[in-house]
Design a protein around this ligand. Structure first.
Ligand code: AMP
Length: 542
């Protein structure tokens, strides 16, 4: 017997309509690439999203056609989020930190027909336009008079001229909720990037799950600053969450340095910010140097890489801000787990609470997870056994765009490539990427644990722990460190710092000081590249 309830597809257009009707006064504030602050509400945003939809009709883009964006977090990008997907086209966000050849490869692989870009990225567009024959319209996200006429790019129009003459009414089509809504390519450390094609249904379910109290906990009482880019996994779904909940949005544009982010947080009274650890490191550095405090910020979501405990402690003890440590990936829309405490943890000491907060947290309902050993046997959730993490759920990838890489699933589960423990209360702790694991004498050493300890040293700005070949133990850990400007520390002092914090055999064999650790397009340390850079290095005992 079927239930007798209305069957309404879960569509991004229903989010837009909802925002329009029930929180049209929600503010959206953007620091523009032009340098000034732009301010409006959903009342002005939604009609402009409809103008985008009309402009796409005029460009003869069919349902399912891809529209690429190469843009910072800002109001025009938000209008594209809604206008493109709402009208049945697919929004393809592209990471501008990739090299131009990769950007062109992704545009061609995705089959983008329209490409919208911030003026910052005009040099990239100039370099690739002739290599992207499928793009029939290039849209510069600026005013008509800001568009130079000597770009050499055919079919180029300014965003404001493009949508300006369009009608602000649009009948959103009634789509299948399984229809594609957005496309995002993985950072792809090996091989070509792979496209993850989110559906309307997966995007809406993810938005519902992500705003729950034990997830990102966003509501109409919040002012949210997504520093996490809209070109990387849809800024963790925050644009959709704003339409769903009515939380105010503050977009930082291109200015991600500590001072700009701090000034914006204070000026707009941000209550919740979200980003990767490297961004927060710049913010904390700026605040420390200038002895600053937050007036309204209460919570910050940190994910994308492991958040060092020293950062969680600094936010809590010095600035009164609770870190929500979160884990996820492009293939998961991205949210998998978020770390919040349970009622019974409230009576624990600050140190005991910190130990929990350093984990990546419990799964959001909708995400199922398990850990397995090398033979695929399920391991216990005892907080000790570590194995490869597998996930499944309605906002997790089934297969990649154009079938790239074959069937990624193992018995219906998606292998994340992360190695983790899960404790009896369901808290996940990531210990490594499987390709970065250090195996010493048959035992695993968690590179993240070693890095977290190093990062707590006052002289350390960034630390990477990598495996080095060893004749007796197969592999031994090497610590690679970038010192804070003006700070001094010796190899021996740093190694002594590990005493009593981990077992002796887990302490790195040596320390190498470098000027910089290579970072990928999404701000993650590129350990493979680091290992290549240090290929001539020999451990002292090896
Ligand atoms: P991406 O698809 O580029 O977002 O990368 C996803 C990967 O980032 C995950 O598979 C993890 O390896 C890593 N990651 C994300 N969040 C965390 C976290 N909180 N702690 C440790 N690693 C993380």
């Amino acid at each position: 017997m079927l239930g007798l309830m209305q069957n309404q597809p879960l569509l991004i257009s229903s989010l837009i309509d909802f925002a329009d009707r029930f929180h049209s006064d929600t503010e959206i504030v953007s620091r523009r690439v032009e340098g000034d602050i732009h301010r409006y509400t959903f009342k002005e945003c939604v009609p402009r999203a409809r103008q985008v939809a009309n402009a796409l009709d005029k460009a003869n883009l069919g349902v399912g056609s891809r529209v690429g964006t190469l843009a910072w977090n800002g109001y025009r990008h938000l209008e594209l989020y809604f206008g493109v997907s709402g009208s049945g086209r697919v929004l393809h966000t592209i990471n501008p930190r990739l090299i131009p050849e990769q950007v062109a490869w992704i545009i061609n692989h995705a089959g983008d027909e329209v490409l919208c870009f911030d003026m910052t990225f005009l040099p990239i567009i100039k370099a690739i336009a002739s290599h992207c024959p499928g793009v029939k319209l290039w849209v510069a996200m600026c005013d008509a008079d800001a568009l130079p006429n000597d770009t050499g790019i055919n079919q180029l129009v300014s965003y404001e001229a493009w949508i300006g003459s369009e009608r602000s009414e649009y009948p959103w089509p009634m789509l299948d909720e399984q229809a594609a809504a957005c496309l995002c390519y993985t950072s792809g450390t090996t091989g070509n990037p792979k496209g993850v094609l989110y559906s309307h249904r997966s995007t809406l379910l993810h938005a519902y799950g992500a705003c729950l109290p034990d997830s990102l906990n966003m509501s109409a009482r919040d002012t949210v600053l997504p520093v996490v880019p809209m070109f990387h996994v849809n800024a963790w779904g925050i644009p959709y969450i704003s339409a769903l909940t009515g939380c105010k949005l503050v977009f930082p544009g291109a200015a991600l340095d500590g001072k700009s982010v701090y000034d914006l947080i204070e000026a707009e009274k941000v209550t919740l910010a979200a980003g990767v650890p490297t961004v927060w490191q710049m913010l904390l550095g700026h605040m420390e140097q200038n002895n600053l405090r937050f007036s309204e910020l209460k919570r910050t979501v940190i994910g994308g890489s492991a958040c060092p405990p020293a950062m969680i402690r600094a936010f809590k003890e010095t600035y009164g801000v609770t870190v929500l440590h979160a884990w996820g990936m492009t293939e998961m829309s991205p949210l998998g787990t978020v770390c919040t405490l349970k009622k019974r943890h409230e009576s624990l000491s600050a140190d005991e609470q910190l130990a929990i907060n350093c984990k990546q947290g419990r799964p959001v309902f909708g995400v199922d997870m398990k850990i397995v050993d090398e033979e695929g046997n399920t391991l216990p959730h005892d907080g000790k056994a570590q194995g490869e993490l597998l996930v499944k759920g309605p906002w997790i990838v089934q297969t990649y765009f154009r079938g790239e890489g074959g069937d990624p699933l193992v018995d219906g589960w998606f292998p994340t490539g992360d190695v983790a423990t899960i404790d009896p209360e369901g808290y996940l702790q990531i210990t490594d990427r499987s390709k970065d694991v250090i195996k010493s004498g048959g035992e695993w050493i968690s590179s993240i644990e070693v890095e977290n300890i190093a990062m707590a040293h006052a002289a350390v700005a960034m630390a990477a722990c990598i495996a080095m070949p060893h004749p007796k133990w197969d592999e031994r850990p090497l610590l690679v460190v970038v010192k804070k400007p003006g700070a001094e520390v010796t190899r021996d002092a740093l190694l002594a710092f590990f005493e009593g914090k981990i077992s002796k055999w887990q302490v790195p064999d040596d320390v190498v000081f470098v000027d910089a650790i290579p970072l990928g397009a999404t701000g993650k340390m590129q350990k493979m590249k680091l290992r290549e850079e240090l290929s001539d290095y020999k451990l002292p005992t090896a």
